[in-house]
Write a protein that binds this ligand. Structure first.
Ligand code: 13P
Ligand code: ZN
Length: 271
């Protein structure tokens, strides 16, 4: 059996959480990540018949039965993952009943998966239907994205449009736009259902005045989506209160999207 501490997926989680922490996106225990793993690969590091304990999830994830995820722990700090992955992360498998998580590794101090597991697993279900390659759901509290939530309308078309207008390549990175939910109580099945509904159409979902979700085929894709939104939001916040001299016109945004051959939300432009 290979050493789990050298597993590439543990390394990736360590590096990603450390980056997110350093960027100021994940204060204290803010943010959470779930990353679907290849069972054959996990089997090189762990005995898949050895379930350390079972933890009820409180919702039905039947489409994910047998799937294995590495997931950040609830209440755990992203800054600490790099030094103690076995306490701050866990590897879980969705059991045959669809409502229980079988712990295969981690949460060493008796902890459990993120309180946002409903939003994560329900979003995995939505994204896998949209793209069978999807593996990662990532939640974070990026500073400028959040700041923008307080000064900009929480409207999918208007928010996407404002962000597309800040950098030429935003429309290339997220041509599908950004889904937006109003403020809701977090950590519930209700916000999970609402997020997953948006994830049918969007890889990015803003939780009004809370944070953002990104989805992707790997950690880089989910991270890159959130990173690009955050950069755009920073540019917005740096310029929103200043007189506007230049702007990227909607015709130009359409030109970029078409030059890259992208399917984009044409209805989010005013052409
Ligand atoms: P957890 O510590 O349960 O992951 O919660 C953090 C968070 O960001 C809630 O939305
Ligand atoms: Zn949060």
């Amino acid at each position: 059996m290979k050493d789990i501490f050298n597993a590439p997926f543990v390394e990736e989680m360590k590096k990603t959480t450390a980056n997110m922490y350093r960027l100021g996106w994940d204060e204290r225990n803010g943010g959470n990540i779930s990353y679907m793993l290849n069972p054959t690969e996990v089997g090189e590091y762990l005995d898949l018949n050895n379930v350390i304990r079972t933890i009820p999830t409180g919702f039905d994830a039947t489409p994910l039965i047998g799937k294995i995820f590495i997931v950040t722990g609830t209440g755990k700090y992203f800054k600490n993952v790099i030094d103690d992955p076995e306490t701050n992360l866990g590897i879980i498998r969705i059991a045959e009943d669809g409502t229980t998580a079988e712990l295969l590794w981690g949460y060493k101090d008796g902890g459990k998966f993120t309180s946002e597991l409903p939003a994560h697993l329900m979003s995995h279900i939505s994204r896998l239907e949209a793209n069978p390659e999807n593996r990662v759901i990532m939640h974070s509290h990026p500073t400028n994205t959040l700041a923008m939530n307080f000064v900009h309308e929480l409207d999918e078309k208007k928010l996407t449009h404002s962000l597309w207008q800040t950098c030429t390549e935003c429309i290339v990175v997220f041509p599908d736009g950004i889904g937006v939910l109003p403020w809701m109580v977090c950590g519930t099945n209700e916000i999970g259902v609402a997020t997953a509904e948006k994830m049918k159409d969007y890889r990015l979902v803003v939780w009004g005045m809370h944070g953002i979700y990104g989805a992707g085929k790997d950690l880089d894709e989910a991270f890159g989506l959130i990173e690009t939104v955050e950069k755009a939001a920073q540019l917005y916040m740096l310029t929103a209160h200043l007189p506007r001299v230049n702007t990227i016109r909607d015709e130009e945004l359409a030109e970029v999207a078409e030059a890259f051959g992208l399917e984009y939300r044409k209805d989010f432009l005013d052409l």
